[in-house]
Design a protein around this ligand. Structure first.
Ligand code: NAP
Length: 312
């Protein structure tokens, strides 16, 4: 058990968790980084990370997280991939039960990120993996020279529509409102792209096909007019749901994101939170790594305080 005791356990190996691991290990904390899926989180879907300050020319999200992982391991982080069963605080100790081992620590940093929200259209669930996708980077190449539809009005929908326009013959981007939520420059690129047709005030009613997606029924919400479009793929980017199942007891904002103070501490002493799972106004790789660095710094101060009190 003693070997499985860490100063800090970081749950989630996306940019926030990886940055936290690097900062924690450099502060001489015995650090465990735990991931239950693929290292890198949503950053893996970034074709070209062009807005990270100082990273020029841009690199792919994959190369970026790979470098971060090497950096964290170089400084001494231990990395495990496990299925997580539960996280509890027993006295002053956090206990993480997994399918392999039980780990414990003074502090925990939750960096579990968020996952793509479902649209809820008729037929969506039936065609997942058969034309319905939530990841253009993963599935886009299957739609070379075909017509695809993208749903959403945020940065993800716009970025992915741009990416798909380099593969598909035509991209139709439908958004339920009259204005995009995406950053101005990101939205402008979409409007200027001759291969992308933007349909505003439009919703997807139904996805249809036999074996694979063949068409979608859309509706203009102003005029009520319905239309049938032939598409081979539909890429859904209608926002994210934070992954908070492990820490259900924590206070959250109206959208379910975990509330922290500016030191990234949650309502539970010694339990910190960083990245997209945290309640905040701007979710970017750069804000995720900032959260991770702050959370690690707060965690190491907390650990030193616990040790000075003789607590373990
Ligand atoms: P988002 O910003 O929450 O946007 C979700 C979009 O989906 C909104 O336009 C929303 O419409 C629409 N939507 C939500 N539910 C819908 C429904 N049921 N039917 C139809 N449309 C629906 O999500 P995101 O684009 O995935 O971005 C998530 C975060 O990552 C954001 O903070 C974003 O800035 C960040 N991000 C940044 C970049 C970048 O910097 N290049 C790239 C990707 C993501 P309404 O506008 O009507 O609410």
């Amino acid at each position: 058990m003693e070997n499985n005791f860490f100063d800090v356990i970081i749950i989630g190996a996306g940019p926030a968790g990886l940055a936290a691991a690097q900062y924690a290990t450099r502060a001489n904390m015995k650090t465990l980084l735990v991931e239950s899926k693929i290292t890198g989180g949503q950053a893996l879907q970034i074709m070209s990370l062009e807005n990270f300050p100082g990273l020029y020319p841009p690199v792919s999200g994959n190369d970026y997280v790979e470098a971060m992982m090497l950096q964290a391991i170089h400084f001494g982080a231990t990395f495990v991939t496990v299925n997580i069963f539960s996280l509890d605080k027993i006295g002053d100790t956090f206990v993480l039960k997994t399918d392999k081992e039980t780990f414990s620590s003074y502090t925990v940093i939750i960096a579990t990120g968020a996952e793509h929200r479902k649209l809820g259209a008729v037929g969506e669930a039936d065609f997942v993996g058969r034309g319905v996708s939530y990841c253009a980077t993963c599935d886009g190449p299957f739609f070379k020279n075909k017509n695809v539809l993208v749903v959403g009005g945020g940065d993800s929908a716009c970025d992915e529509a741009m990416y798909l326009s380099s593969i598909a013959s035509q991209v139709i981007l439908v958004h339920r409102k009259s204005q995009f939520r995406a950053q101005e420059q990101v939205a402008q690129r979409v409007f200027q792209n001759p291969k992308i047709t933007v349909l505003l005030n439009t919703i997807v009613l139904e996805i249809q096909g036999t074996d694979r997606v063949e068409k979608v029924i859309i509706q203009n919400t102003q005029e009520g007019k319905k239309e049938e479009l032939s598409v081979a793929g539909i890429f859904i980017y209608v926002g994210m749901n934070p992954r908070t199942a492990l820490v259900d007891m924590l206070p959250k904002d109206g959208e379910g994101y975990i509330l922290t103070d500016d030191k990234m501490e949650t309502a539970v002493k010694g339990l910190f939170c960083a990245g997209d799972v945290r309640s905040k106004s701007f979710r970017q790789v750069v804000t995720a790594v900032s959260d991770g660095a702050i959370a690690a710094d707060s965690a190491q101060k907390y650990v030193r305080h616990q040790i000075s009190k003789g607590l373990k």
